[in-house]
Design a protein. Sequence first.
Length: 270
Amino acid sequence: MSGAGAVQIPSELGIDLEVVRDVCRTFIQEQFKKIGARNAILGLSGGIDSALVGFLTADALGADRLRTYILPYRTSAPTSRTDALAVAAALGCSVEEIEISPALDAVEAALPAGAEFSPIRRGNIAARLRMITLYDQSARYDGLVMGTGNKTEAMIGYTTLHGDAACAINPIGDLYKSQVRALAAHLGVPGAILTKAPSADLWPGQTDEGEGGFDYPTLDRILLRLVDQKKSAAAVVADGFDAELVAKVQGMMARSQFKREMPPFPKISA
């Protein structure tokens, strides 16, 4: 399950793709052996992150142990479903579609009346309903819910706590978005998924980069310096990056720190 295609990413983000593949394969196998679960439970969004996790999981466990789910809301883009089905077909794994619109409608109806729901609020509820569905299926099939969040999203908080961030294990959690694209191309993820604009599919036409005001290669290069190389903001700006963008990234990291930690509590015991 290795593709001949390749994508160009910033040189400083380059990784040995076969080594990373082996690391991810071993990680998945060891986690399942340690925990004793039988099946991997994966939500397929039609995007590159969940597609890559699907390819890595099938590589590690076999397609017969991978159960995938498409969990659309009524405003989900039709191409999201098409691309998710293409991934399942390429892997030869099971796929089931569960519509979350009725459940989301019921939640909205039960909440106090007031200002009209914003797309962000509705998107967060949708993410948490998908989490509920996937964890229910993990209980049904003796499975582990596979995480699909990359390092870029985690560092800037572009994730829903107790929603898409909820998982048992996350094979791609230490890969920046640019590295996800490179590894996905290497493993043979369908080309339509590699080339389309990343989107959380929160509303029609929404894209990650359009909403955030950044492009992933630049964001990854800034994060690499701030997080991995532990450079100061001034040093990152001296490397040629826009000062306002660096400050914005720092602010996003600071405001989302709580998403990357267990909830704090006061120390009482000795």
